[in-house]
Design a protein around this ligand. Structure first.
Ligand code: AMP
Ligand code: MN
Ligand code: MN
Ligand code: MN
Length: 286
C-alpha cells in the first residue's frame, strides 16, 4: 500500500455536489486508500460511505466538519473516526443545522433588502439536503442566475462580513465542538488553519496554541485550501504544539475544487499522523 490518505471531503448532504457513493467511488478511482467523509455539521452519509468504501476495498472512517467560533472567527473543526450514532453529537449537529436554516432566511432577507429577490428559494433549489443550508448553495444560485461570474466573486462581493448578503452568525464555541467530537470517540482536527484571518488573534501560532489548549488533537498540515508554501509552515507548527498531522483535499465538487483526490503530496514521515493508532491505517505501516 502506498498510503494515500484523504481525510476531508463533502457530499451532497452538505455543500458537496456528489452523492456519497459517487464521492467514495471517485476517491477510490483516484487511488485514495484511506478516506473520511466530513460533511459540514451532518453525519447522515457516514453509513453509506462506509458501505461504499467496503465495496471498493478502501479504508474509511466516519467524520464531520463542525462549524464553530473562536475570538469572533468562524473556525472549522474536523472530527475523525467518530461514532456517527452518538446521541450528544447528533443533538449538537441538529441544533447547528436548525440555526443554519434561521441564518439562511436572514440572508435571503438581506439580499432582498439590497434589491436581489428570490435568493433563499434559489439557494434551496441547490441544496439536496433541505436540513443543511450553506453559503455555498447561495453562491451556486447567484452564479447560476447570472448575478456573479464565479463562486469566488459571490463570496467577495456578498458573503463576507460587511457585505450586503452577509449575516453575522453565532456558531458553537471551539471548545464545545472539540468536546462533541471527543464525546463521540473521535479526534478533533483544526481544518485548513491557513484560511482564517488571525491578524488580531495572535497569528497562526496563536490559533494553534488555543486549539491545543482547548483539547484539540490534530491539525491539517497538507490540505486543498492551503497554498504549497503553507505546508511547511503548518508542519512546523504541528510539531511545536504537539498536534497530530492530518491531510485532506476538502473536496466539494469535480467542477469547483482546486485539488483533486489523490493529488496532494504525502505527509512527511517526520510528522505523527492523526491515524497513527487506527486499525483502518494498519497497512500504512506494513
Ligand atoms: P457556511 O458554512 O454556510 O458559512 O459556508 C462556508 C462554505 O463556503 C465553506 O465550507 C466553503 O465550502 C465555501 N466557501 C467559503 N469561502 C469560499 C470562496 N471564497 N469561494 C468558494 N467557496 C467558499
Ligand atoms: Mn464547504
Ligand atoms: Mn471548512
Ligand atoms: Mn470542508
Amino acid at each position: 500500500m502506498k498510503g494515500v490518505a484523504d481525510l476531508h471531503s463533502h457530499s451532497r448532504l452538505s455543500d458537496g455536489t456528489l452523492a456519497v457513493a459517487d464521492l467514495v467511488a471517485l476517491a477510490a478511482s483516484r487511488g485514495v486508500e484511506l478516506m473520511a467523509l466530513t460533511d459540514h455539521d451532518e453525519v447522515s452519509g457516514v453509513a453509506d460511505g462506509r458501505a461504499a468504501a467496503a465495496q471498493h476495498g478502501i479504508q474509511f472512517v466516519g467524520g464531520v466538519e463542525i462549524s464553530s467560533e473562536w475570538c469572533g472567527l468562524s473556525i472549522h473543526v474536523v472530527g475523525l473516526r467518530i461514532d456517527e450514532n452518538e446521541s450528544k453529537l447528533a443533538e449538537t449537529l441538529h441544533d447547528i443545522r436548525q440555526r443554519r436554516t434561521v441564518r439562511a432566511h436572514q440572508m435571503g432577507d438581506s439580499f432582498a433588502a439590497y434589491g436581489i429577490n428570490g435568493v433563499l428559494a434559489g439557494a434551496k433549489s441547490f441544496a439536496p439536503n433541505p436540513d443543511l443550508l450553506s453559503r455555498t448553495h447561495f453562491a451556486r444560485h447567484l452564479v447560476d442566475s447570472g448575478v456573479c461570474g464565479s463562486m469566488g466573486e459571490v463570496f467577495a462581493r456578498f458573503m463576507k462580513p460587511g457585505k450586503p448578503g452577509y449575516v453575522a452568525h453565532e456558531w458553537i464555541s471551539l471548545a464545545n465542538a472539540i468536546t462533541a467530537i471527543h464525546g463521540a470517540g473521535g479526534r478533533a482536527v483544526l481544518a485548513h488553519p491557513g484560511r482564517y484571518d488571525t491578524t488580531w488573534t495572535g497569528g497562526p501560532s496563536g490559533l494553534l496554541k488555543a486549539f491545543a489548549e482547548a483539547g484539540g488533537d490534530g491539525v491539517e498540515v497538507v490540505c486543498g485550501p492551503h497554498h504549497p508554501h503553507e505546508w511547511a509552515e503548518y508542519a512546523a507548527l504541528s510539531r511545536k504544539f504537539s498536534l497530530l498531522a492530518s491531510i485532506g483535499s476538502d473536496f466539494h465538487s469535480p467542477h469547483e475544487s482546486r485539488v483533486k483526490f489523490g493529488d496532494l503530496p504525502r505527509l512527511s514521515p517526520s510528522l505523527k499522523p492523526v491515524w497513527y493508532d487506527w486499525p483502518e491505517a494498519e497497512s500504512f505501516y506494513a
